[in-house]
Design a protein around this ligand. Structure first.
Ligand code: HEM
Length: 397
């Protein structure tokens, strides 16, 4: 490693940083744009060009190289049994095979066909909103993505509270400051989630329908293409990834629209897609993903040594003035450019078209239903980095 190394000392729990990480990101980009982030114990890239380039660089990947693999701790075996077969944790050829199977089911026709179903769930939730102050995260933002992904996969929709509980417990291990209690809860959730799916898949073998589980079962019964463990992991990945980020993209988006003076025109059918892209650029729900370097990588001022990890700060990339004029301004009228909120390269979000559709429909439906919606308290982000999500979103019609 080239020394002296430029460093960043910034706790991800610092209350000011949790509420607004973007000021720190801007300084880090000016000082770096690649810095050694002490609190993360690795190099971190804060500018759009480096983040986008490293996401696409095949000399890096998510899968740990053989000499970096750590033995799985005994209290986490169920959790890592799921992770070991998750496409998000694999590189080609295993990744290509799993992703291909999922993409076959996530066709654009199938996703577009979900529009009326998303609208119906939104309408049902809006009709049930009370007149008094309400927290929109549980009352509106959560149920749309979780119920839709359950339907797409073919898991009973009324199980959504269980899916949410298991998923929340599992993804908590990715938060900074993970404790033994969090790990134990994640492992228990992984065990329960897997046991449910194992039983459910068995029950569904003789009950084919037009859903993703049916297609995955067919691939599994084909023998060589998908093991039962990989089938379970894929279902869990889709159910978890299928709502965690969308819930909070929606929450951040509603807060963003309510805290800025926005003309109702930005929600019109021909403008909503640009508005959603601006929300994802401006305040995305997932801020950091990591990559292992499979060889030494020259990052300009510094070499990322083979075997080390680098943090790609997606949340910072969206505020890079090299790509966006006045990047700290929320402006749904700006022309759309590719942002990094869905990643890039081989692991680019499989669910991006679905998430976009859900966000577009849910935002329009909400403001159609409640055009004078207002915040009854300042939105407050949770101490849950790298998730950038609201703890509560209290509003009133
Ligand atoms: C606004 C909502 C969403 C955001 C911001 C988001 C963001 C991301 C990002 C950044 C990645 C790449 C991670 C990396 O490169 O290390 C990713 C991957 C992934 N996402 Fe999403 N996502 C969202 C919604 C969804 C939905 C609705 C689904 C499910 C249908 C989904 C399924 C996945 C899957 C399966 C992967 C792994 C892809 C792979 O490894 O090839 N996501 N997502």
């Amino acid at each position: 490693m080239a020394w002296p190394m430029k460093t960043l000392n910034q706790s991800p729990h610092d209350p000011e940083f949790v509420q607004n990480p973007y000021t720190v990101y801007a300084q880090a980009r000016r000082d770096g744009p690649v810095l050694y982030w002490e609190d993360y114990g690795m190099l971190a890239a804060f500018d759009a060009a480096t983040v986008q380039a490293l996401l696409r660089d095949r000399r890096l990947g998510r899968e740990a190289p053989p000499d970096q693999r750590r033995p799985v701790p005994a209290h986490m075996t169920d959790f890592y049994r799921v992770e070991a077969q998750s496409m998000l944790e694999l590189e080609p050829p295993a990744h290509t095979r799993l992703r291909g199977l999922v993409l076959r089911a996530f066709t654009s026709r199938r996703i577009a066909g979900m529009g009326p179903e998303i609208e119906a769930i939104a309408a049902e939730l809006l009709a049930a909103l009370p007149d008094g102050p309400v927290d929109l995260i549980p009352a509106y933002c959560t149920q749309i993505p979780v119920r839709i992904i359950a339907r797409l996969l073919g898991v009973p929709e009324d199980m959504w509270p269980d899916l949410l509980r298991w998923s929340n417990a599992m993804v908590a291990v990715y938060q900074a400051g993970c404790t033994r209690a969090v790990e134990d809860a994640a492992n228990a959730a992984a065990a329960d989630f897997s046991a449910f799916l194992r039983g459910y898949v068995d029950q569904r073998r003789s009950d084919p329908r037009d859903d993703l589980i049916t297609q995955l079962i067919a691939a599994e019964e084909d023998g060589e293409r998908l093991s039962t463990d990989a089938l379970i992991s894929t279902c869990i990945l889709l159910l978890n990834a299928g709502h965690e980020a969308t819930v909070h993209a929606l929450g951040n988006g509603v807060a963003c629209l309510l805290t800025h003076e926005i003309s109702p025109g930005v929600l019109a059918s021909d403008r909503i897609d640009a508005t959603v892209e601006e929300i994802l650029r401006y305040d995305p729900p997932l801020h950091v993903f990591e990559r292992f370097a499979y060889e030494d990588i020259d990052l300009g001022d510094v070499i990322l040594p083979k075997g080390d990890k680098v943090a790609l700060v997606l949340g910072a990339a969206g505020r890079d003035p090299a790509l966006w004029a006045d990047p700290d301004q929320f402006d749904p009228n700006r022309s759309v450019k590719a942002h990094a909120a869905f990643g890039g390269g081989l692991h680019f979000c499989v669910g991006a078209p679905l998430a976009r559709l859900e966000l577009q429909i849910a935002l329009r439906a909400l403001f159609d239903h409640a055009p004078h919606l207002w915040l009854t308290e300042q939105p407050h982000y949770a101490d849950s980095y790298h998730f950038h999500k609201l703890e509560r979103l209290m509003v009133r019609r």
